[in-house]
Design a binder for this molecule. Structure first.
Ligand SMILES: C[S@@+](CC[C@H](N)C(=O)[O-])C[C@H]1O[C@@H](n2cnc3c(N)ncnc32)[C@H](O)[C@@H]1O
Length: 190
């Protein structure tokens, strides 16, 4: 199973306005694009993928929301639809394949089960040179527009998270997810 964890430094932790995702919702547009890139294919859903986000913005941080490709239902790949699931989840509504917990980044990493963890960082080892094995659970941690907070970076580096680079430039978080999927699809889905 492929598992992605996004650290959303300013994203809202209470219901928010769907028409101001990039503003008052604290760059919730990035979170929604990452959900879409993680879980959706053209006319399909990646059942072998989980997406986790820790929302750290006001008013009630932290909030950890998990999306399980194997069980989400009636969610569309567009930002507004995903944002509406997130906002309603923050208001206490339950949906299949979506779970809300009051966990911070470190608690979330400790709660997720995985065989090997990676940190997506410019300057890391080239993704194309990493050995991935079938039937193992991989966790990929990445930041939003503000990157990964220093203390979390330290924790990841001292806990054997290998640093992976997906290319020579600085990309959007959602694009990094697409590149990881693409590399693994080429190896395991042909
Ligand atoms: C828009 S970038 C972060 C920009 C932020 N201002 C910074 O300097 O960290 C969002 C995230 O994508 C990932 N990322 C961006 N470019 C990358 C690359 N070339 N290789 C691996 N990860 C990358 C990192 O996890 C980063 O935190």
């Amino acid at each position: 199973v492929r598992k992605f964890l996004l650290i959303a430094n300013k994203a809202a932790t209470a219901p928010f306005k769907l028409n101001d995702l990039a503003g008052s919702a604290g760059r919730m547009d990035i979170v929604c694009r990452c959900v879409s890139s993680s879980l959706f294919l053209s006319h399909g859903i990646r059942k072998d993928t989980e997406f986790h986000v820790v929302l750290l913005g006001p008013p009630n941080p932290p909030k950890h929301i998990s999306f399980y490709g194997s069980s989400v239902r009636r969610m569309g790949p567009d930002e507004r639809n995903i944002a509406s699931f997130i906002s309603k989840t923050l208001s206490g509504k339950k949906f299949p394949g979506v779970e809300l917990r009051d966990e911070g980044v470190l608690e979330t990493i400790e709660a997720i089960e995985y065989d090997e963890g990676f940190l997506l960082e410019m300057g890391g080892k080239d993704l194309r040179e990493i050995e991935f094995l079938p039937n193992r659970d991989y966790l990929f941690v990445l930041g939003d527009h503000l990157g990964i907070p220093e203390e979390i970076l330290k924790y990841l580096k001292t806990n054997e998270f290998g640093e992976i680079s997906v290319g020579p430039l600085k990309y959007f978080s959602s694009h990094c997810i697409v590149m990881v999927h693409n590399e693994m699809d080429r190896r395991f889905c042909s």
